[in-house]
Design a binder for this molecule. Structure first.
Ligand SMILES: *Cc1c(COP(=O)(O)O)cnc(C)c1O
Length: 349
């Protein structure tokens, strides 16, 4: 069978991705700027993202699991690739093969790695998020003695709230470990952390969301460009008369005759029901609001502003991440990582 043409495209702007990395690299000052490419490169396609960021100059990549590491390991040869979730017993064979480093998170993981004479690793220190990581005290007690550590890192819980005192407390806790281990580098900041200022940069930053167009703090807005542009095709045009309703539950009732386009896009594609009656699309310069409830595979948009739209035409879905997040109630992270498998992803360069 010939390759079917998808009625749903994800247009990806490679220049914007590279631009965002360069901007974050510049803002990271003397620190190296890495890239979190977990969750399939935040939904965009991990291999494509890694290849492009390598070309841009990125040398440090981060994934969550060993399966994600395996997917990009060949591209990361000669660069650095870290698995955030460390090593379970089940991971030891692949982890000691050396294509990526584990970021050790617990005393159990440290023990396991030490017993296997596992080689270079990273270590996560929990400084207040109470998620993954050793405590500052455990490190102070010498738990890491003798390990070969590339990066000693911690993760900020509230970096998107610049005035939250937890930021300073977390920074101080990690900074107190400087020189206490043999770690070659220290790292604290995700995307929003980079905007907190120079002392947060340490030796290496680890942005994810802002590479892909997400902005959690106002100071990043002027520097970050949208990367992902969903486009959906019109499967049917119709006109509904006054008083008629649209979609499941009949939640939209037309007050006047309304021109509709039915698009191939729904919650199975990650366009979740928070966009019901809230989202929008554009055709030329015309704004086409979503009317009624989002279905699994379909939405209806009003094309009163663009009545020339026909079956087979393509509309660009409004997906500027801060705006789409406000519309839908989804986080910018959810908007990207739920982008479904039915999108045909294509990079413009
Ligand atoms: C996901 C992740 C990042 C990237 O965070 P963003 O907020 O997407 O920039 C950095 N460090 C760790 C440990 C992470 O889990």
């Amino acid at each position: 069978m010939a390759e079917p043409e998808s009625p749903l495209r994800l247009r990806l702007d490679g220049a914007a991705l590279a631009h965002n990395w360069h901007a974050l690299d510049r803002m990271s000052g003397a620190a190296a700027c890495g890239a979190a490419v977990k969750a399939n490169g935040y939904g965009l396609g991990a291999r494509d993202v890694v290849a492009r960021l390598k070309t841009a100059g990125c040398r440090d990549f981060f994934v969550a699991t060993w399966a994600e590491a395996a997917e990009v390991a060949d591209l990361c040869e000669g660069r650095s690739l870290t698995v955030f979730h460390g090593v379970r017993r089940e991971d030891m064979a692949i982890a000691t093969a050396g294509a990526a480093r584990p970021c050790l998170n617990s005393a159990e993981q440290v023990m396991r790695w030490r017993e296997a004479a596992g080689g270079m690793c990273d270590v996560m220190v929990d400084t207040g998020m109470n998620r993954l990581g050793l405590s500052v005290e455990q490190v102070g007690e010498g738990l890491l003695d003798g390990l070969r550590i590339d990066t000693l890192m911690s993760h900020l819980a509230c970096a998107d709230e610049p005035d939250n005192p937890l930021n300073d407390a977390q920074h101080a806790a990690l900074a107190s470990l400087a020189g206490q281990t043999g770690a070659a580098r220290m790292s604290l900041s995700n995307s929003a952390g980079i905007a907190l200022g120079r002392e947060y940069h340490m030796d290496l930053t680890r942005p994810g969301i802002s590479l892909y167009g997400g902005v959690q703090v106002d100071s990043l807005v002027p520097h970050i460009r949208q990367v992902a542009f969903p486009e959906a095709q019109v499967i049917q045009r119709r006109r509904v008369g006054p008083g008629e309703t649209v979609g499941y539950g009949g939640t939209f009732r037309a007050e006047k005759a309304t021109e509709l386009a039915i698009l191939h896009l729904g919650y199975a594609d990650g366009y979740l029901r928070g966009f019901s009656g809230q989202g929008g699309a554009s055709y030329g310069g015309a704004h086409c609001p979503v009317v009624g409830r989002v279905s699994m595979d379909l939405i209806a948009v009003s094309v009163d502003a663009a009545p020339e739209v026909q079956e087979g035409d393509w509309l660009t879905i409004d997906y500027d991440l801060p705006a789409a997040s406000a519309q839908s109630g989804l986080s910018q992270y959810e908007l990207l990582t739920t982008l479904g498998r039915r999108y045909q992803r294509s990079w413009n360069e």
